[in-house]
Design a protein around this ligand. Sequence first.
Ligand code: ADE
Ligand code: ZN
Length: 329
Amino acid sequence: MSLPKAELHLHIEGTLEPELAFELAARNGVELPYADTDTLRKAYRFEDLQSFLNLYYELMAVLRTERDFEDLANAYLARAAAQGVRHAEIFFDPQAHLARGVEMGTVVEGLGRALEHSQAVHGVSTQLIMCFLRDESAESALETLEAAKPYLDRIVGVGLDSAEVGHPPAKFREVYEAAAAMGLRRVAHAGEEGPPEYIVEALDVLGVERIDHGLRCMESPTLVERLVRDRVPLTLCPLSNVRLRTVDVLGDHPLPAMLDAGLMCTVNSDDPAYFGGYAGDNFEAVRVALGLGEEQLRELARNSFLASFLEHDEGLRARYLAEVDAYEF
Ligand code: ADE
Ligand code: ZN
């Protein structure tokens, strides 16, 4: 669906399509344990978040040079632009690269090469959000923030991702305080597989401005009331929820109930190469499966720009919102 939208929940490593994975593997002399792209695609059957993360981290082995990260980002931006994305706030996972001997500078400079020309080449404005892996230690997160210091002019904020259950947000209090002191914006995955209490903790302890996923807030009426009152944006990823089995089928997704409750929902793709669709595909899928009408779709698109970190250019935000209002379905 080409409705203009901002993508606020997108892991750049999750945009690695099998074809590009094999191309980079050949370029870098990396052996992949899959015969070809078809065999690899067949591995895209997940039981839960962890079974996906295992493959997600395994395939990162092909990402080694600045050019690899540049090619990865350019491929995503071209696909996103074709699906109506006008602005993208892009997550990356530096610890997963540092652990393989790929430096912070390689990742940020490589992504930066694609991002700096994105507005001109793809018509997409961009920001970068650096995520900490919550199944790694708090010390490792602090070291990662330290390693990012030379690149802070290119990083708008910090996030928290990877295996959620057993890794509550409070573990990262110190690093989020340090990030806030550096002027970084704060978001965190919470309530994807983890309980509603993790959402509360992300807000109260980490001071986040948006919740990534937040699906399980629906189990706590008091939390829903708070999220509605404070207009806390939720970056939902419907196709991801089905593939990772947090929702059985798309027709059961709570998005319509969440909109009815007054929650500030947005629709995003998470890891589109793995979950069967980019941002526009997610919009189209919820339109069909959940019967969302034009005004609900327009509300989701408006929310995406209202929730985006565009404070440095309110004129741009206003232009994007005007485009949403003028869009003809
Ligand atoms: N890393 C990449 N995708 C993720 C997701 N959906 N949840 C947690 N961590 C992730
Ligand atoms: Zn995610």
